[in-house]
Ligand binder design. Structure first.
Ligand SMILES: [Zn+2]
Length: 367
């Protein structure tokens, strides 16, 4: 008889997985509640799992069991208006990693076999085909995009023997005067609740970063609502205390079609404050890059701000797979000239217009 082994089960969604046992080690795909794997090594605070990832012990529960051979019995794909989903029937939720490629989505299910190596994929707006191939003891499934299609967000869940990989379908603009009707957008004005963020040249005599980010957020909310969107705000006043983790959790649970965090940049006042200015948009997942580029381009066009581009940065609020999530650094609060703009109502209106145009352009498919 085979001896039972130490098995971990992921206890929380977005459990961080790393390539080694250090909080500075590179991240692997964050894993969803219920995924199981064997422990092959442990340190005081980390487990190394058989598929290769390391995780903090506090993120998983453990049991002594023998994982059965994970053989796929059926794999099917279907689509509703909002979702394209793939469903595998298999004995347990295995460890997995995903790759967001330029022309395809790829998922590896570790220690899994699929005798049929293919997925019956119904008519859907995202993928041309779905194919599986064996790679060692794992299954790699590849979903090449249709021309013009790209990743808008995805999530995994496992229930009653079925693993579901759900992709968000594109949300095209509605005809008429309410192009954003039926769409939920989450806005996240940074800081607040006693955390002022960066301070401008006037110190506490003028608006600080939290004040300015809220002013832009409220203006943007009004514009988006006027176009039919349902807007969720992480805060709507100066007093609400909300942590970065709570903001990210809200992005995941509220299921918006996109999330936009609003911040203002700064440098140390001993630096070259007079020559450091401009707007910048950040993202932390490849799927968010097209929205970041679109918003950055239209923001700069509307405001005339110096274009510092759209770029990748690992940010707690943007490490989200469910939808595109970006963080806009609207300008340098430490630059006295730019601050004058950033604090002016007329400029804030332009910022809200620019971001709105970027959202419309992104959803309109002009990527
Ligand atoms: Zn900030």
């Amino acid at each position: 008889m085979e001896d039972s082994q130490l098995v971990t089960t992921v206890a929380n969604d977005y459990t961080v997985m790393r390539v080694s046992n250090s909080s500075s080690a590179n991240r692997m795909t964050a894993m969803t509640t219920g995924a199981k794997d064997n422990v092959i090594w442990e340190t005081d605070s980390y487990y190394q799992l058989r598929y290769g990832g390391w995780t903090l012990k506090e993120n998983v529960t453990t049991s002594r069991e023998i994982l059965p051979p994970n053989v796929v019995t059926t794999a099917t794909g279907f689509a509703t208006s909002r979702t394209t989903a793939i469903r595998w029937k298999l004995p347990y939720f295995p460890a997995y990693t995903v790759r967001q490629l330029e022309d395809a989505f790829e998922i590896t299910l570790y220690r899994t076999t699929d005798p049929q190596n293919r997925i019956l994929l119904a008519r859907n707006p995202l993928f041309l085909t779905a194919t599986g191939r064996r790679s060692g003891e794992n299954m790699v499934y590849t979903f090449p995009y249709k021309p013009g299609a790209s990743l808008n967000g995805f999530s995994l869940s496992y229930e009653a023997g079925t693993l579901t990989l759900a992709f968000r379908n594109p949300s095209p603009l509605e005809e008429g005067s309410l192009p954003l009707a039926g769409k939920t957008i989450l806005l996240d004005p940074g800081h607040g609740g006693g955390d002022p963020g960066a301070t401008g040249p006037l110190g506490s005599l003028g608006d600080t970063e939290d004040d300015l980010s809220l002013r832009v957020g409220l203006k943007l909310r009004d514009k988006l609502e006027a176009l039919g969107a349902a807007v969720i705000m992480t805060r709507e006043d100066g007093d609400t205390v909300i942590s970065l983790a709570e903001r990210a959790a809200l992005i995941r649970s509220a299921r918006p079609i996109m999330a936009i965090s609003l911040h203002h940049n700064s440098i140390d006042y001993s630096g070259d404050i007079g020559n450091t200015f401009g707007a910048l948009t950040l993202y932390s997942e490849p799927l968010s890059a097209p929205l970041a580029a679109s918003v950055q381009e239209e923001l700069v066009k509307a405001t005339g701000a110096q274009d510092r581009g759209a770029s990748f940065q690992g940010l707690a609020v943007c490490r989200v797979y469910d939808c595109p999530s970006i963080l806009v650094e609207l300008g340098f609060i430490t630059n006295p000239y730019e601050y004058e703009n950033l604090a002016a109502e007329s400029y804030i209106i332009k910022e809200a217009e620019g971001i709105t145009n970027g959202i419309l352009k992104y959803l309109g498919g002009e990527k």
